[in-house]
Each structure stands twice: as C-alpha cells, then as structure tokens.
Design a protein around this ligand. Structure first.
Ligand code: PEP
Ligand code: MG
Length: 538
C-alpha cells in the first residue's frame, strides 16, 4: 500500500483502478534489433491495434457529429492497409535491422514528403494523413495512450497535467476521479473536474510509473490523499466514506424546487456554468434556474476544426430548448491562454494570458465571430437566450460588437431566419472593465464578474502557476472592492450584476456578496444546491 499526498480541487471519494495517462510527446530513437522478424510481427500487431482505435473513433464521431466528420477515420484505416506503405516499413526493419518505431516514423516522413511535393491537391492533403497514421502506430508501439480512455470500466485518471482540450475529449462516463502531479486550482481543467463533480487532486507527489497502471486505488480528496493498493481495512473505511459522501449529496435533493431566499427575504438567482450540451442533465437535476455561463469555447475545443454554423446552432439550440424557457447566457468564444485549439494557429506568445485571446480574437477574425453570432441568434428563437462577451477592457469594443451584432441580425432576418430577443452583457474580468464599469454599464444590459481572471489580473498572479500560490488570496480586499464597485456601478445604471467565476461558489463569501447586493451567482451544477442551502441559512 502506498499513500501519496495532493491538494483537493473537489472533495469526494473514488475507488477504482488507476489509469496512467501520458502525453503524446515521444521522440523516436533508432535502435538495432537482433530479431527482425519479431520486430515485423510487433509492427503488424501495432497496425491492427491502430486500426481498431480508428474503428472506434469512426463510430464515436459518426454518432456524435455525423458521417462527414467520421469519414477521415475510415480513410486512415484504409491507408494502414496500403501495401506500398506496409512493405516499405517491413523492408526497412528487415534490411537495416532497426526497431519498428524508427521504421514507421522514417517511412511516414518519406511518404509525407513525396505527397507534399505533388501538384495534385488531393495528394498534398494526404501528406498530413500519412504523418497522422504513422504517429498513431508509433504511439501504439511505444505504449502511449490516446487522448481518450482505453478502458472498459470507469477509472481514476493519473496524469502530469491535463489541458482543457485533453479533458473535454475524454469520455466522462469512464472517469471516477482526476489526480495530477501539477496544475492549479483555477485552471480550466480544475474547473472542468468540479463541473463533472469528480473527486480530484492536484500537486500529487506520484510518479507516472507504468507499474501503477490498472492498480486498485482510493482517492480521498477530503484528506488530500491517493492510496494505491489499499489493504482491506483501508478499503473498508473508503467504502464507508464513499457511502457517507453519496448520502450527503443525496440529502441536498430536498432543496430541489425551493427558492434561493435568505431568512430576511432577500433573493438571488442561482444559475449554472456549463461547457457542453452534455452538462445539461446535471443542470436540470440540480434545479438551476438558468445558465449563467455557457463556456462556448469548449464546443471549439472538442472539435478537430472550426465548428460550422450548423454544428454550433445545434449545440446552442439543444441547450436553449433543454432549459425550457429559462435564461441561457452564452459567452462567445474565449480561446487563447490555456485554452488552445491547434486549428486557430495562434502564434506563440510570451504572455498568452495577456495576448490574443477571447474577444480580441473575435474582433480580429470577423468570420469566426460572425459564424458564432449567427448560430447563437438562430438558437435564440427556441428559448430565452443572452450573449456575453469576455475580456472586455474598453467602451469602443462593445460599440464595435454591437455594430457587428446588428449586421448579423439583419442578415439572418433577410435570409428568413427567426430570431429571439437577446440580452447583451459583458464579463467584468479585467481591472480596466471594473474601472470603466460606470461607462460600460450604459452600453449593455448586464454584467457578469469573472473572478478567476479578475483575480489573476488584479493581483498579477498567473492563475495557472501553482508556485506562487502562497501569494494568491482569493479573498483579497482588492478583488472584493472591485466586485463591490462593479455591482454599485451596474445598479446605478439600472442593470443587473452577477458573478460567474469560481468565487461565486465560495460559501464563505455568500453573505458578503448578498450584502453587496449581487443579483445572480453562477456556479458549477454541483454547487447549486449547497449554495441554495447557504443562502437559505443567511
Ligand atoms: C472567469 O475568468 O472568472 C471566468 C468565469 O471565465 P474563465 O474561467 O472561463 O476564464
Ligand atoms: Mg475568464
């Protein structure tokens, strides 16, 4: 039995097998092999495994987004059966007595170079495909796992760290808990873990040893610990803790259907933060009265290419319709900083959190922005929809946005699309927006305070950097004063003000926020009922 210590991101208990998740960063090294025939067999087995993976990917993509996007995986399967490609690899292994990884990598690069020099666009495009299939086979050979979870039962994911795009691509039904060696409490991966209601630990002092893979373990984030190979006594205690935790969660159900009202009659809206359509059942189950933050960038992060207007429309419509007339606030895409999608081809930046991200990308790449706005406005015909814009610092930005919104509305109407009444708001997540909140309030219909970024920019503390955690104080008076100032300026101008950053679910501050006059608190679905309970006790 081994015990490792970490830091809890979400309290809870999980019991299950460990799944060691290693990044797909692997450098191919040339090695000599004594038995070339055995190496050829190793290659052939890896090819079969890769085809199996592609088959699963085909089925998953077909079910989720349709044939058009799934077809590529069928093409890749066929490429892995191409005799020229296979024979070239096997010949290299036999002639030079080299390891299969090297033979696949070298052959893949040679084929890709040949394809890319061809005049025909079709063959040019195959260059990337041949690199992709070769990488897949190399990963199988080297034991590096897919971004997905190759397990039939739910597991405890153990990783160095996880990016938001890796996390969103995982099959949620296969995850019992997250354990990472690095990471910070305010990273989007931590936020995702909380939204999935999964016990999670960060900064855990475990090494990613292959021998841990598949071992039984207990995550007890109440005590900040991960126990590998627990003995019978530990398992017995963990099972009792798991039961107690589940009972506590079940007891919150009695608050379903109740109002969010203090004992002296003050009311507040408690809404939910989501990232995907799949979060909707949790929102409904926890009786959220609306969605206060739909992080639409997760629709982009879960995709291999820019999601089309139609794909986005389907996602937004499903949420808006699913909420049955309750308010849904869709935040326009907040790509950049820690949320990267390769196909945006963003340049490397020294300070990405202060770089081209969020609304800045939208105002630079008008087509991307307009596509998203069109999809949201079309969805607005199916329920009650609002839009908010992230990372605003100046009045001119919102004026420009409103101009673009007008064009989009006119175009849609001219094309015969129905559109609904849409409230426009902004996130207050930069100190500049707080200082300008009096002026900004005259331009919009609501404010939603993003305390994660507001804290980072106010305290000059990178929300991703765990090393300076000692200086990070989420209750810092500077941040609280900014929140108060924003609420006051919003109310002075007759608009409502909410909080959608993680601070909204900090129960130690609920009373403070109520005293400041907050109108809405938007939190992960998991926190809706605990927050309701807290409000009702004030
Ligand atoms: C925030 O910054 O508080 C916020 C809600 O946005 P995100 O965490 O997605 O940056
Ligand atoms: Mg933010």
């Amino acid at each position: 039995m081994f015990t490792f210590n970490g830091k809890s991101v979400l309290k809870g208990v999980a019991i299950g097998k460990l799944y060691i998740f290693k990044k797909q960063e692997y450098t191919v090294v040339k090695e000599c092999v004594a038995d070339a025939e055995a190496e050829v067999t190793r290659f052939q087995n890896a090819c079969e495994k890769a085809k199996e993976q592609l088959g699963k990917l085909y089925q998953k993509t077909l079910a989720e987004v349709g044939e058009e996007h799934a077809a590529i995986f069928e093409v890749h399967q066929m490429m892995l059966e191409d005799l020229d490609y296979i024979e070239a690899i096997e010949a290299l292994i036999r002639d030079e007595k080299v390891n299969a990884e090297y033979a696949v990598d070298t052959t893949g690069n040679n084929f890709a170079a040949t394809f890319s020099m061809m005049d025909d666009d079709y063959f040019k495009a195959r260059s990337a495909d041949v690199l992709d299939i070769s990488k897949r086979v190399v990963n199988v050979l080297a034991g590096i796992k897919e971004a997905g979870i190759d397990s039939d039962e739910p597991v405890i994911i153990v990783a160095d760290d996880l990016t938001p795009s890796e996390t969103v691509q995982m099959d949620k039904s296969k995850i019992l808990a997250f354990v990472t060696r690095f990471g910070s409490n305010n990273s989007h991966t931590a936020i995702l873990a909380r939204s999935m209601n999964l016990p999670s630990l960060i900064n855990t002092n475990i090494e990613l040893l292959d021998e841990f893979d598949g071992k039984m373990a207990v995550v007890d984030s109440f005590h900040d610990s991960l126990i590998v190979n627990p003995n019978e006594e530990t398992l017995k205690i963990a099972n009792a803790d798991l039961k107690r935790w589940r009972d506590e969660l079940a007891a919150l159900d009695e608050l379903i259907g109740m109002e969010n009202v203090t004992t002296d009659g003050r009311k507040v809206n408690i809404y939910a933060n989501i990232g995907n359509v799949e979060d909707l059942p949790k929102v409904l189950k926890n009786d959220a009265h609306g969605i206060g933050l739909f992080r639409s960038e997760f629709v982009y992060l879960g995709s291999q290419d820019y999601p089309t207007e139609e794909e986005q429309f389907k996602a937004y419509k499903a949420v808006v319709e699913g909420m049955g007339g309750k308010k849904v606030i869709i935040r326009t895409l907040d790509i950049g900083a820690d949320k990267q999608a390769d196909y945006f081809h963003l340049d490397h930046e020294e300070n990405p959190a202060m770089g081209l991200r969020a609304i800045r990308i939208c105002l630079e790449r008008m087509e991307v922005f307009k596509t998203q706005l069109r999809a949201i406005y079309r969805a607005s015909a199916f329920g009650k929809c609002s839009i908010m814009f992230p990372m605003i610092i100046s009045v001119w930005e919102i004026k420009k946005i409103k101009e673009i919104v007008e064009v989009v509305k006119q175009e849609l109407t001219a094309e015969g699309h129905a559109i609904g009444e849409v409230e426009l708001g902004i996130m207050i997540e930069t100190p500049a927006a707080v200082m300008m909140s009096d002026e900004l309030a005259k331009e919009v219909e609501f404010f939603s305070i993003g305390t994660n970024d507001l804290t980072q920019y106010t305290l000059a503390i990178d929300r991703q950097n765990e090393c300076i955690n000692r200086f990070y104080d989420s209750h810092h008076p500077a941040v609280l004063k900014m929140i108060k100032m924003t609420i006051d300026n919003g109310h002075k101008n007759g608009i409502w003000v909410g909080i959608c950053g993680e601070l909204a679910s900090d129960l130690e501050l609920t009373e403070t926020f109520m005293d400041m006059g907050i109108d809405e608190l938007s939190v992960s679905p998991t926190f809706i009922l605990p927050l309701r309970k807290k409000v009702r006790e004030i």
